[in-house]
Design a protein around this ligand. Structure first.
Ligand SMILES: [Zn+2]
Length: 291
């Protein structure tokens, strides 16, 4: 059944991309269409009509959040991350969440739980977040908020028993640059349940378009340098070691920072970390390699 619904939806997701929906929004929509999970997709007012048309055509169950989201209401600086913002009672002209799935009961439950914000474990289950990662998220919420600007990359790295490079499918940090295969904080960079989920998402994407699936791979391989609360930098292309040099034009950043400038001018992660004066900063920027 899942295969049938995926095939049915394949030509039209391109229309949503052309209409300006992101790769992440489209992936989430397809995952719900495949009956794999409940998806919670952020939808801007100008995207609502075409998205709901797509959802209705596929006879998916859907509901919109009763709250709106004011983007950028929280402290900025960690890049374009779609779930940053503050919830507001008013919905007029605002970004809202769209909950979609094959089971109406699950869609309603996800919306209600999210509305009162209490049962994170159940919401995570509906969104198909592995239980090990839900536990990790709940156990680390306080320290993530107080020490790492609500970002988890440092905590995930501390909990990972082996050193990078990690598998590119695990790179959720790519979300800052428009691509990722899942949206939760993994309990480690080697979490097998997350890898399984990411690969399932990749199969769904590939079923829609093999070329699109290759774009995910191209954007998720490489080095990610995270400065919590400040910026995330991505070095596009093959960067397997810190000693490898690269062209300044390979660097993309969510925000300006001295480290980003040093990455561009030195073309070396090692040199940039020295030049950027990172030793004085806490937490120290984190370099992650995905291949
Ligand atoms: Zn996990």
């Amino acid at each position: 059944m899942a295969g049938a619904s995926m095939t049915r939806s394949t030509p039209d997701v391109a229309v949503l991309l052309l209409a300006g929906l992101s790769h992440l929004q489209c992936r989430e929509l397809l995952e719900a269409d495949a009956g794999y999970k409940i998806s919670r997709v952020h939808v801007y007012p100008w995207q609502r009509e075409i998205t709901l048309r797509w959802v209705r055509d596929r006879e998916l169950c859907w509901q919109l959040s009763r709250f709106g989201i004011d983007e950028g209401a929280r402290r900025e600086g960690t890049g374009t991350w779609y779930n940053t913002g503050r919830r507001s009672r008013g919905t007029e002209g605002r970004l809202r969440y769209l909950y979609i799935g094959r089971e109406g009961r699950d869609v309603s439950e996800a919306r209600e739980i999210d509305q009162d914000g209490r049962d994170h474990a159940r919401l995570g289950e509906l969104l198909r977040i592995p239980s090990c990662c839900i536990e990790f998220y709940l156990a680390n919420r306080h320290v993530a908020k107080t020490r790492y600007h609500d970002e988890y990359v440092q905590l995930t790295s501390q909990a990972t028993p082996v050193r990078a490079p990690y598998l590119w499918e695990m790179n959720y940090v790519g979300q800052y640059f428009g691509f990722s295969l899942y949206h939760h904080y993994p309990c480690s960079w080697t979490c097998s349940a997350t890898l399984k989920r990411a690969r399932r998402a990749l199969r769904i994407v590939r079923c829609a378009s093999p070329v699109w699936a290759r774009a995910f791979r191209r954007h998720l391989r490489g080095a990610m340098i995270c400065e919590p609360g400040r910026a995330v930098h991505c070095i596009r292309g093959e960067v397997p070691r810190s000693s490898t040099t690269f062209a300044g034009s390979q660097v993309v950043s969510t925000d300006w920072s001295p480290l980003g400038a040093a990455l561009r001018s030195t073309g070396s992660i090692r040199a940039a970390m020295k030049a950027g004066g990172v030793a004085r900063r806490v937490p120290t920027p984190l370099v992650l390699y995905f291949q």
